[in-house]
Design a protein around this ligand. Structure first.
Ligand SMILES: [Mg+2]
Length: 393
């Protein structure tokens, strides 16, 4: 594993270098100047697997470094170190995530060698050989063809009742089963679909598949609510509520088993139209959830104006809220608002045992996240449910 270490304090740099070598990491390249490290990064033959970077550097600070790494499409692991307080380190970590950099962890100076080597060992065991190629993106023609060839399939991620431990529903998450590239995630094709007028067809495909699936689950006695994601930006068709209610009826599925998770990615162009459509969906018995609450445009104004049934607290306010007082404040605040207007509260981003334990101690109805289950194909769900009901976490 190639490790690139950047720290402007020569003593601290040498110390870390020695500690890493003692721990068995022998290809450690140390730099006192961030600009030199960046130049080394451009040399294709010795791309590092991990970069350990101090946030305070005189020539180029850690935040600028993150930006350069994102531009260079650095796909390896990143460890941030800093002598500043916890919030600076956390903000830098969030910034790195936003740049889609893969952050292994953030450590305080002086760095505890055991914590650092643990992060590196976890990384090397998880990613034996990292693929540095950026993920492919697809053009409108390819996405259109995928729709025509029925290559889009739904995965389903369970939502569980925190108090009772039972499965209350699933969220539908679309995947593209690409003939040569394998399983492709929505972040690689949804934007293309939105920009090229294909999102309506895509959303309808996902909904139709979900309805068919709900029918066959019902026939085997699995009755739960199925959520489908929808963006307000795409709600431009007044026929949509009727289309959905008719499709549900044709599939033999009750409208009340269907939930739409609503997000907004840009400013709404036509507020009145969206209000009309969402309200009529509600009148037809379809439930509405405000998704990723607390981020982007998923705001208090939406909550005030639209007839939601459920509030999904964004994962960035859930994961780690048990140990971070400021996250905890935002989490509690969101719960309180939701409660007071009578909404069901869902926490996204339950990634570990501590998150799950935290949710069991606060006032939250449902939970969802990798710790409970990853999104899975429909046929894996019955087995997962029987496992979960035997050993709920
Ligand atoms: Mg969602």
């Amino acid at each position: 594993m190639n490790i690139l270490l950047i720290d402007d304090e020569p003593f601290s740099l040498k110390l870390l270098q020695r500690q890493l070598r003692n721990a068995g990491f022998d290809r450690v390249f140390g730099f006192e100047y961030a600009r030199e490290a960046l130049a080394a990064l451009q040399a294709e033959d010795a791309r590092p697997d991990v970069i350990i970077c101090d946030l305070q550097m005189p020539d180029l600070d850690g935040i600028e470094m993150l930006r350069h790494l994102a531009q260079a499409q650095f796909a390896g692991g990143l460890v941030l170190i800093s002598g500043e307080d916890e919030r600076v380190l956390q903000t830098a970590q969030r910034l790195a995530h936003a740049h889609q950099l893969h952050v292994l962890g953030a450590l305080h100076k002086p760095v505890e060698p055991r914590r650092l080597t643990r992060l590196l060992e976890q990384h090397s065991s998880r990613v034996p050989s990292r693929n540095h190629n950026p993920r492919p993106s697809y053009d409108a023609g390819q996405v259109k063809r995928a729709l025509q060839q029925n290559e889009l399939i739904n995965f389903y991620q369970p939502k569980v009742d925190v108090g009772r431990g039972t499965v209350s529903g699933v969220e539908t998450l679309v995947r593209w089963l690409h003939p040569t590239d394998g399983l492709v995630g929505p972040d690689q094709f949804i934007a293309t679909a939105e920009e090229n007028g294909l999102i309506d067809a895509l959303t309808k495909t996902v909904l139709q598949q979900a309805l068919t699936q709900m029918k066959s689950w019902r026939e085997t006695g699995m009755n739960f609510q199925v959520a489908v994601n929808i963006s307000m930006d795409n709600l431009v068709n007044l026929e949509f509520p009727d289309w959905l209610a008719d499709s549900a009826r044709d599939a033999g599925v009750q409208a009340s088993s269907l939930l739409l998770e609503v997000t907004e990615s840009r400013l709404m162009r036509n507020r009145l139209l969206v209000l009309d459509i969402l309200t009529r969906l509600r009148l037809k018995g379809i439930s509405l959830s405000i998704d990723d609450f607390g981020t982007g445009f998923s705001s208090l104004a939406q909550l005030r104006d639209l007839p939601f049934d459920e509030l999904k607290i964004d994962q960035s306010f859930v994961h780690g809220a048990w140990r971070d007082p400021s996250l905890r404040t935002f989490f509690d605040g969101s719960c309180n608002i939701g409660r007071q207007i009578g909404l069901k509260i869902v926490a996204e981003g339950v990634e570990d045992q501590s998150d799950w334990q935290f949710l069991r101690e606060v006032d939250c109805d449902l939970a969802q996240g990798y710790f409970i289950a990853r999104p899975m194909p429909a046929e894996q769900l019955p087995d997962w449910i029987s496992d979960w009901s035997r050993h709920p976490n």
